[in-house]
Design a binder for this molecule. Structure first.
Ligand SMILES: NC(=O)c1ccc[n+]([C@@H]2O[C@H](COP(=O)([O-])OP(=O)(O)OC[C@H]3O[C@@H](n4cnc5c(N)ncnc54)[C@H](O)[C@@H]3O)[C@@H](O)[C@H]2O)c1
Length: 415
């Protein structure tokens, strides 16, 4: 029997008491009485905390959870790189969201945020591969120490579910096979070959390797401080979750895109960065030759995966890739966003330069999430791009890409 207390949601809500769902969305004050017969006052909805919930993915997750009948509290420091210098709560944040301002490194603030919650999504993080290579303390403080602070609080006040936002970046290079079909041992590109603009990975015999979908069991290969921090976050959460009986799930997001992604943040969100350049009449800047492949997943699919991670018993103690299962070259993405924005006359600029920490190909093998969680991406790239185009109309985008590229170059982080 469905347990949602929102009657409009009952038909769509897969939660079933004592079946596959673990986190039921209502606390039954008097168990055994059917929810439908229960007076409203006897039902207390579950309260979910989203750290970093004022950001792009967190705010969409808040919408999804509210629709599903949960209470949602958001904890966020409204960092200026994402929310602008005034650091205000974003207008897109649903009005029913309970807001707690604070930093994840502040134990008192976190303790206030965690009070009375049943589950936590830990999304608060500094997000940017290139920037993490020189803002080392900032990334380590927000991501590693922030997670440690949250975990100390959760050890004292355990929750029914913790979901940590991890990242594809922990894989470094994705999985590859040889042309003969055997799996290739993970190789990295060396600087010599990159200086010669030889971008593809080769095996020891010099033959080009073929990229294949990357499964969760590919060993991590950490190529940036950001990747290191995401691996630290997921490992710390899973390890302490097991030790203290806090059911924990790690989701490795691939390239997430959609409305609300910060258009003026030059460090993260390649689609938003390209859109921002085009809106300012400038060409998208593409590193290497543009033929590197990535998996672009709609934020609406990502929040479905997040809800499954919250509700499904099978998810506990596991890591899951969250991607679309499809892959595109970066050049194709730049051209397609140009077309939907009506800016096809602005041709992307291929820089033929390499950014330290970048990888050649990585796209998701999503079979595990499909099989264990019932995750099934529904938004095609075509639909997703049209939606972005509709959203960016009327948005103000400050283009800071050249400044960000200059920061990397000044530190010798581009080749
Ligand atoms: N967007 C992607 O493609 C992607 C891919 C892989 C993983 N992720 C992960 O998903 C999570 C959400 O990413 P997003 O794209 O929504 O990013 P975002 O930058 O839009 O949101 C992050 C939020 O965290 C807040 N924040 C930052 N530092 C904080 C701190 N010290 N204390 C409290 N709040 C803080 C920011 O103000 C922001 O609102 C992050 O953990 C990120 O590493 C994102």
């Amino acid at each position: 029997m469905p347990t949602s207390c929102n009657p409009n949601v009952i038909a769509a809500n897969p939660l079933k008491i004592n079946e596959t769902s673990c986190l039921e969305n209502v606390l039954h004050v008097n168990r055994g009485i059917r929810v439908a017969n229960r007076p409203k006052a006897a039902i207390m909805r579950k309260r979910i905390l989203i750290t970093g919930g004022a950001g792009f993915i967190g705010s969409h997750l808040a919408d999804e959870l509210l629709t599903r009948g949960y209470n949602v509290r958001v904890f966020d420091n409204l960092c200026s790189q994402v929310h602008g210098n005034e650091s205000k709560w974003p207008t897109y944040l649903h009005r029913d969201v309970e807001r707690v301002a604070g930093d994840v490194q502040n134990a008192d603030a976190i303790a206030r945020a965690v009070k009375g919650v049943d589950a936590v999504f830990h999304f608060a993080a500094m997000v940017g591969v290139g920037q993490s290579m020189y803002e080392i303390r900032k990334y380590t403080a927000a991501n590693n120490l922030g997670t440690a602070t949250l975990m100390e609080t959760l050890v004292e006040h355990p929750v029914e579910r913790l979901v940590i936002a991890s990242s594809m970046s922990i894989y470094g290079e994705g999985a590859y096979r040889r042309r003969s079909g055997e799996m290739a041992v993970a190789f990295e590109r060396n600087l010599d070959q990159l200086r010669r603009a030889q971008w593809e990975l080769c095996g020891p015999d010099g033959q080009e390797l073929v990229p294949i979908p990357t499964p969760e069991n590919k060993p991590p290969s950490l190529a940036s401080v950001y990747a290191l921090s995401k691996y630290d976050q997921e490992t710390m959460c899973l390890m302490l979750g097991a030790a203290y009986d806090i059911p924990t799930v790690a989701l490795r997001f691939f390239n997430v895109y959609g409305p609300r992604q910060a258009l003026s943040n030059p460090y993260t969100g390649v689609l938003a960065i390209f859109a921002s350049r085009l809106l300012n009449g400038k060409p998208p800047l593409i590193f290497e030759d543009g033929r590197q492949r990535r998996d672009f997943v709609s934020v609406y699919d990502v929040v479905q995966a997040c809800r499954f991670a919250l509700e499904k018993r099978e998810a506990v103690g596991q890591v899951f890739n969250v991607g679309s299962g499809a892959h595109y070259t970066i050049s194709e993405i730049a051209e397609r966003i140009g077309r939907v924005l009506g800016k096809e006359s602005i041709r992307p600029e291929i820089t033929n330069r390499y950014r330290r920490g970048d990888i050649r190909h990585c796209f998701a093998d999503i079979r595990k999430a499909r099989q264990s969680l019932g995750y099934a991406p529904r938004v095609s790239l075509e639909e997703g791009l049209i939606e972005i185009a509709a959203w960016v109309e009327g948005q103000v985008a400050y283009d800071r890409v050249e400044q960000a590229a200059a920061e990397l170059s000044a530190r010798g982080l581009t080749v």
